[in-house]
Design a protein around this ligand. Structure first.
Ligand SMILES: *[C@@H]1O[C@H](CO)[C@@H](O)[C@H](O)[C@H]1NC(C)=O
Ligand SMILES: *[C@@H]1O[C@H](CO)[C@@H](O)[C@H](O)[C@H]1NC(C)=O
Ligand SMILES: *[C@@H]1O[C@H](CO)[C@@H](O)[C@H](O)[C@H]1NC(C)=O
Ligand SMILES: *[C@@H]1O[C@H](CO)[C@@H](O)[C@H](O)[C@H]1NC(C)=O
Ligand SMILES: *[C@@H]1O[C@H](CO)[C@@H](O)[C@H](O)[C@H]1NC(C)=O
Ligand SMILES: *[C@@H]1O[C@H](CO)[C@@H](O)[C@H](O)[C@H]1NC(C)=O
Ligand SMILES: *[C@@H]1O[C@H](CO)[C@@H](O)[C@H](O)[C@H]1NC(C)=O
Length: 456
């Protein structure tokens, strides 16, 4: 064979992928690091951010001489289309622009022929891939420990959550090279159902003044940060978009990005500056903090049911019934076993925000102000993008370490190790199990659930 031909064949046989798939089509999402395209803006989309590995001050690898002895994950569903009510509003906003604009200058040019065609409520292909990646991410982290064990899996009942659990199982199985497992328990989301993965049963939290604190905090901030953006956009397009419609236009960046199978950054994202995305992230963080987190008098209380279940699993002791735990489910080993070592639960951003608050993880965070901007870094690791992006994952692990009889607990939120200073967390972020349980008195004493009964 002529040398040149051999060389050509050799070349095409060894590096086919680099020629077949141009980098422009490569997904921005990876198993280890999550979403990595344009991080200076894409990591500031609040809870609409695609999952990314959050930087950790503490090494995320278990310390030397320690072995994992328990692993659990509480996961948000993957990236989705807008909810039904929002998809109609977003479509109308695009329609309004197209009906009233006088010109489409510069970065707005794409809007001229843009056709709004987003669906509603369900995962997108990019969101499904996030969950497949998440299952593989969990498997890779706990690989050695997971040999011979199966996760016990529960899902809240909404379609996108159930599908997320199944996609996670698929990614887990692919990484483990075995058959895909199944969801063990799915808990319906409906009024009157006790579901620790979906809030609904605390009337005084769901309705009345407490249900408006989040929106009110956001409104105050909107009145500050949106007007300059509004003037710029209306000035360019010749439109008269309201502050709310400007927010919708910003929301369209993550949602149209998620509509691309490879999650290619959408043209909507280029309509706003880096600073504006930081302000938007703060807007979304305010909604979570005051709506479901420490900023809401009954926010943390919504998370106590799940935390109580977590304590039961960590200590292998019967569940203490608090909040909206379903005792029928949680006293039955078929639906709530205590002797398993690997657990996976699937839920929503608001519920996870309440669980993080019940755990007390952000008790030392300076309360978010509704009048001045603070970035994620300035608020000690709290932002909606760092805590509950699409496909968010809270890992709780136990470590068994040489020469120490008692096990340790660590909590890892989206790859960021939490310091657990409230139970004597050491430089590895570890607390002794008994100290951790002790620290969770808020849950063990039922939070403020008594105030839930005083529903108006
Ligand atoms: C890459 O993307 C372009 C435009 O999005 C598309 O036309 C093309 O078919 C894609 N190529 C591959 C190999 O997927
Ligand atoms: C835009 O104009 C079309 C045609 O006149 C009309 O059907 C539609 O309702 C308008 N949409 C909005 C959002 O104003
Ligand atoms: C508790 O769970 C059982 C078993 O799934 C179910 O039949 C019952 O309706 C649930 N009760 C509440 C209040 O959620
Ligand atoms: C916003 O902050 C101001 C000043 O701290 C406070 O008085 C007000 O109650 C806050 N509003 C909300 C909705 O949290
Ligand atoms: C722009 O909209 C506001 C309400 O959002 C309205 O009060 C105002 O009159 C409108 N301006 C024009 C020029 O249409
Ligand atoms: C459901 O939760 C309520 C508290 O909201 C509790 O009183 C009730 O006993 C729970 N039901 C079950 C089946 O555990
Ligand atoms: C967090 O703060 C709440 C309210 O002050 C308190 O009840 C709870 O015990 C704290 N949690 C931890 C883990 O310190």
């Amino acid at each position: 064979m002529p040398r040149l031909l051999a060389a050509l064949l050799f070349t095409s046989l060894t590096i086919p992928s680099s020629t077949a798939a141009p980098t422009a089509n490569k997904s921005c999402d990876t198993i280890d690091d999550g979403y990595r395209c344009s991080p200076k803006t894409s990591h500031f989309w609040g809870q609409y951010s695609l999952w990314f590995s959050v930087p950790s001050d503490i090494d995320v690898d278990p310390p030397e001489h320690c072995d994992v002895s328990f692993a659990s994950v509480l996961s948000r569903h993957g990236g989705r289309d807008p909810t039904m009510s929002k998809t109609l509003l977003y479509g109308a906003t695009v329609g309004l622009i197209q009906n009233t604009t006088t010109s489409y200058p510069d970065e707005f040019a794409f809007l001229k022929d843009y056709k709004y065609n987003l669906g509603a409520d369900l995962l997108t292909d990019a969101g499904r891939q996030e969950m497949v990646n998440s299952g593989a991410h969990f498997y890779r982290r706990y690989k050695d420990f997971l040999k011979g064990k199966e996760p016990f899996v529960r899902s809240s009942g909404q379609a996108r959550v159930v599908e997320s659990a199944n996609k996670w199982l698929e990614g887990y199985a692919q990484a483990a090279r075995k058959e895909t497992g199944a969801i063990d328990v799915s808990i319906p989301e409906a009024a009157g159902v006790n579901n620790t993965l979906s809030h609904e049963n605390c009337a005084s939290f769901e309705d009345g003044p407490l249900s408006e604190i989040g929106d009110n905090a956001q409104d105050i901030w909107v009145a500050k940060f949106v007007p300059p953006i509004q003037s710029r956009i209306n000035g360019k397009l010749g439109t008269n978009l309201s502050t709310t419609e400007i927010i919708y236009l910003m929301d369209l960046c993550p949602f149209t990005t998620l509509a691309s199978p490879t999650a290619r950054i959408s043209d909507f994202c280029h309509l706003f500056t880096e600073d504006e995305w930081h302000q938007y992230d703060y807007y979304q963080s305010l909604g979570k903090w005051y709506g479901y987190g420490n900023g809401n008098p009954l926010g943390p209380t919504q998370g106590i049911g799940y935390v109580s279940e977590l304590l039961a699993r960590l200590t292998e002791k019967p569940v203490q019934a608090v909040g909206s735990i379903n005792s029928t489910l949680d006293t039955d080993p078929a639906s709530f076993p205590l002797d398993r070592k690997v657990y996976a639960d699937f839920s929503h951003d608001n519920d996870m925000t309440a669980v993080l608050a019940a755990l007390g993880l952000y008790n030392n965070t300076t309360p978010l102000s509704n009048t001045t901007i603070e970035t994620a870094k300035q608020t000690k690791g709290y932002s909606a993008a760092w805590t509950v992006p699409f496909a968010a994952r809270i890992y709780v692990e136990k470590l068994s370490c040489k020469k120490v009889k008692e096990e340790y607990v660590r909590i890892i939120v989206n790859d960021r190790v939490q310091p657990l200073d409230f139970c004597g967390g050491d430089r590895y972020g570890r607390c002794k199990l008994s100290k951790f349980v002790e620290s969770q008195s808020f849950t063990r004493t039922g939070g403020h659930w008594d105030q839930c009964l005083n529903a108006s």
